[in-house]
Design a protein around this ligand. Structure first.
Ligand code: HEC
Length: 140
């Protein structure tokens, strides 16, 4: 390979690598899920001060102290159950009509019916990403 071609290849590789790194930085699925479904009530930093919080009759809890209030361990099980509706909290609507619609409802993604697609895994991946994001919001 000529020196010139090699340099061109390296330049292309470096820019592809940089573009991938930038894309990886931008794609934070958990943050995206949180901002789409939770931020209106729980607030951008999770402190319970989202714009909707004033309209509710129940106090929106601070999600940054879940670990602190659970003896230093993030309460994964409890939070999963709250997100998927197994553990109902007043502010999240009913089991039939959770406030974030059917996003986390494995049965409710008929638009993918034509594809070899596993709804439960799709929902689980988004839930885990959200759990990861909530874990990152925790105060020490
Ligand atoms: C419509 C407003 C609203 C939205 C949107 C909302 N929440 Fe909540 N959330 C509440 C309220 C109000 C409570 C407290 C309810 C209660 O105490 O009965 C709560 C409670 C919780 C709790 C329990 C906290 C604790 O300390 O026990 C968790 C965890 C939680 N929400 C996570 C989420 C996540 C994750 C999302 C997004 C997928 C979300 N919430 C979206 C209003 C909301």
């Amino acid at each position: 390979m000529s020196g010139k071609l090699l340099r061109a290849c390296i330049a292309v590789s470096v820019s592809v690598f940089a573009a991938n790194a930038a894309a990886a930085e931008r794609l934070d699925i958990g943050k995206r899920e949180y901002e789409a479904n939770c931020v209106v009530c729980h607030g951008t930093k999770g402190r319970g001060d989202g714009p909707f919080s004033d309209l509710l009759t129940v106090k929106v809890p601070d999600l940054t102290v879940l670990t602190k209030n659970n003896g230093g361990l993030f309460p994964v099980n409890r939070v999963v159950e709250i997100i998927d509706g197994r553990n109902m909290v007043k502010g999240h609507g009913t089991r039939e009509m959770p406030i974030w619609g059917d996003v986390y409802n494995a049965e409710a993604v008929p638009q993918f019916d034509d594809y070899p697609y596993n709804a439960a895994i799709f929902v689980w991946a988004r839930t885990l990403a959200l759990i990861d994001y909530l874990n990152r919001l925790q105060v020490k």
